[in-house]
Design a protein around this ligand. Structure first.
Ligand SMILES: NC(=O)c1ccc[n+]([C@@H]2O[C@H](COP(=O)([O-])OP(=O)(O)OC[C@H]3O[C@@H](n4cnc5c(N)ncnc54)[C@H](O)[C@@H]3O)[C@@H](O)[C@H]2O)c1
Length: 476
C-alpha cells in the first residue's frame, strides 16, 4: 500500500510540479509560437553581466545572427524579423569632410545624397552650438565650446521652473554641462525645451525627496514650489521637499565633494520687525500658519546647510531671494506680478488682497541669475540677500502695471491674506561688498519683457484665469 502511494506521489511531482516550475522561468514577453526556447549556454546564474555581454555580442553579429539572448533564455526568430542583427547600413559619405557633388555649372547636384549631406551638416552645426527657438523661448542662444578641463558638470534641481530655467540658459551659454533634476510639479518642459537637443544638456525627471546618485561639481538646489497657492496645495509635500530634498542633495554634495547653493527666501524673515531686512535679522515667523510649510522648511534647509558645512566640510552657499519676476513665471502662480499683468492684459479687475499699503520690492530674473552665479563662485559662505531694494506699495504697483499695459481694468480690493507680510525690502550691502552685485535692470524694463511674455502666453492659450490666494494645484 505504502509503495503505491510513493509511486502516485512520484508521478504527481513529475507531471505537475516540475513543468510548472520550468514554465515560471520562461520570460513572459516571448511569444512561444514564434520562438524556440533553450537554456542559454552563456548564462551563468550568478552573473547577469555575462548574459548582457553575450546579448550585445550577438546583436553586433555573431555566427548565428538570428539568435537573441533574452535574460535567461535564448529564442530564435524567423530570418526576416531579425532586424537587430542586420548589418547597419554604412554612411558612405563622411559628412564633415566630403564635398557635396557639384554640377558643371557650379551648382550643387540635386541628388538625395547631396541634400542629406547638407542637412546633416546644418544639423551638426546647430546641435552642439546653440538653442533652438521655441514658442516659449523664440530667441537663439549660442553656446561656448569649453575645453574638457574647464567644463563643469552642474546640476540644477528645479531647473524646469521659472528661475531655474534662466540659470540653465546662463550656464549653457557659458559652455557648461548642465543636468536638470525636476519633478515638474510647478516646472514646465516648455521652459527648457530649447536645450533638449544639446549634447551638454540633460534632463532627469526625479523628485528630490528621493536620493539620487550623480557625479557633479556644483549643485544649485532650487527645487521647491515658490508661490503661496502652490506650496500651500500640499503643505506636507512642501516641507518634505525642503527638508528631505535638501538632506538628499547635501548627501550627494558630501559624497562627490560638490559645492552646493541653496535658494532660500526672504520669507525666512516672516512678517519682519526690522526694515529693510539685513542677513543678521533672525525673523518673525508664525510656526503654524498657512505659510509655515514654506518658511519653516527653508529655515530648516538653511540650518542643514550649515550643519553639513561645520560637520562634513561641505562647501555651501545660501541665497535669500526676494520677490523676483520675469518671463517664464508660471501664469497661474497667483503672485502679484503675474496676476496683475494677466488681469490688466485681459481688462479684468486687478485684485489686491488687503488695503494695498503692504510693500514689496521686485527684482528682474536676470539680475537674480547673475547674483546666484556670483555667489556660487565667490568665497563667501554666509547667507546673502538678493533682491531689488526699489520698494512699491502693492496699490502703487497695480496702478503702474495698469498704465504700462494701457488697460481698462478696475482695481478691486479683497480681504487680506493670513500672515501676508506688511513690508519687504532687502538690505543688499552684503551682496555689494562680497560679490560686487547689485540689480542692473529697472522694474520698468523688466516689466516690459514680462508683459510681452504674458501676451504671447495669452495669444497661445486664449484666456488665463488668474489663481486666487487659496491653495491651488499648478495648471499648465
Ligand atoms: N521666484 C521668487 O520670487 C522666489 C523668491 C524667493 C525664493 N525663491 C526660491 O527660488 C527657487 C525657484 O523658485 P521659482 O520661482 O523658480 O519657482 P518654480 O515653482 O517656478 O520652480 C520650482 C521648481 O522646482 C520643481 N520642484 C518642486 N518640488 C520638487 C521636488 N520635490 N523634486 C524635484 N523638483 C521639484 C518644480 O517642478 C519647479 O520646476 C525656489 O527654491 C524658491 O523657494 C523664489
Amino acid at each position: 500500500m505504502q509503495s503505491i502511494f510513493t509511486l502516485l506521489f512520484g508521478i504527481m511531482i513529475g507531471y505537475v510540479v516540475l513543468p510548472a516550475t520550468k514554465m515560471s522561468q520562461v520570460p513572459a514577453k516571448v511569444d512561444s509560437d514564434r520562438a524556440q526556447f533553450k537554456t542559454n549556454p552563456a548564462w551563468d546564474s550568478t552573473s547577469r553581466n555575462t548574459a548582457s555581454i553575450s546579448r550585445n555580442a550577438n546583436i553586433r553579429g555573431n555566427p548565428n545572427p538570428n539568435e537573441h539572448f533574452v535574460d535567461q533564455a535564448v529564442y530564435r526568430v524567423p530570418a526576416d524579423e531579425a532586424v537587430y542583427s542586420a548589418p547597419a547600413k554604412s554612411i558612405t559619405a563622411d559628412f564633415l569632410t566630403d564635398k557635396p557633388k557639384m554640377k558643371q555649372d557650379g551648382n550643387l547636384e540635386d541628388t538625395l545624397e547631396t541634400k542629406n549631406l547638407e542637412i546633416l551638416r546644418a544639423n551638426f552645426a546647430i546641435m552642439g552650438s546653440q538653442s533652438l527657438p521655441t514658442s516659449a523661448t523664440p530667441i537663439v542662444m549660442k553656446t561656448t565650446k569649453l575645453p574638457d578641463s574647464k567644463r563643469k558638470k552642474i546640476m540644477i534641481t528645479g531647473g524646469a521652473g521659472f528661475v531655474g530655467s534662466h540659470l540653465v540658459d546662463k550656464l549653457m551659454m557659458e559652455g557648461q554641462e548642465v543636468i536638470v533634476v525636476d519633478n515638474f510639479f510647478t516646472g514646465q518642459k516648455r521652459n527648457i525645451e530649447h536645450w533638449l537637443h544639446h549634447p551638454n544638456f540633460s534632463l532627469i525627471v526625479h523628485d528630490v525627496t528621493e536620493p539620487i546618485m550623480l557625479e557633479v561639481d556644483q549643485i544649485y538646489h532650487l527645487a521647491c514650489p515658490a508661490s503661496p497657492p502652490h506650496y500651500q496645495y500640499n503643505p506636507v509635500k512642501t516641507i518634505k521637499t525642503s527638508t528631505m530634498g535638501t538632506i538628499n542633495m547635501l548627501g550627494l554634495a558630501k559624497r562627490v565633494h560638490a559645492r552646493m547653493l541653496l535658494t532660500s527666501t526672504s520669507e525666512i524673515y516672516g512678517d519682519p520687525l526690522e526694515h529693510p531686512q539685513k542677513e543678521s535679522y533672525w525673523g518673525n515667523v508664525n510656526t503654524i500658519g498657512p505659510r509655515s510649510c514654506y518658511d519653516e522648511g527653508k529655515r530648516v534647509a538653511e540650518t542643514m546647510m550649515y550643519s553639513y558645512r561645520n560637520q562634513n566640510q561641505v562647501e555651501v552657499r545660501v541665497a535669500r531671494i526676494f520677490n523676483t519676476f520675469g518671463p517664464r513665471m508660471h501664469p497661474n502662480d497667483g503672485r502679484v506680478v503675474s496676476n496683475f499683468i494677466i488681469q490688466a492684459l485681459q481688462n479684468k479687475p486687478i485684485t489686491i488682497y488687503g488695503n494695498g499699503e503692504q510693500t514689496r520690492s521686485f527684482q528682474y530674473v536676470s539680475d537674480l541669475v547673475e547674483g546666484l552665479y556670483s555667489l556660487m563662485n565667490a568665497d563667501y559662505d554666509l547667507p546673502v540677500n538678493l533682491g531689488n531694494p526699489d520698494e512699491y506699495s502693492v496699490k502703487e504697483f497695480a496702478h503702474y502695471i495698469k498704465n504700462i499695459t494701457s488697460s481698462d481694468s478696475i482695481i478691486s480690493m479683497l480681504p487680506k491674506n493670513e500672515d501676508d507680510p506688511s513690508q519687504r525690502k532687502p538690505d543688499i550691502s552684503t551682496a555689494k561688498a562680497q560679490l560686487g552685485w547689485f540689480p542692473q535692470v529697472s522694474v520698468r524694463d523688466g516689466l516690459e519683457h514680462t508683459i510681452k511674455y504674458f501676451q504671447r502666453v495669452l495669444d497661445e492659450s486664449g484666456e488665463i484665469v488668474p489663481t486666487g490666494p487659496g491653495a491651488a494645484k499648478p495648471e499648465a
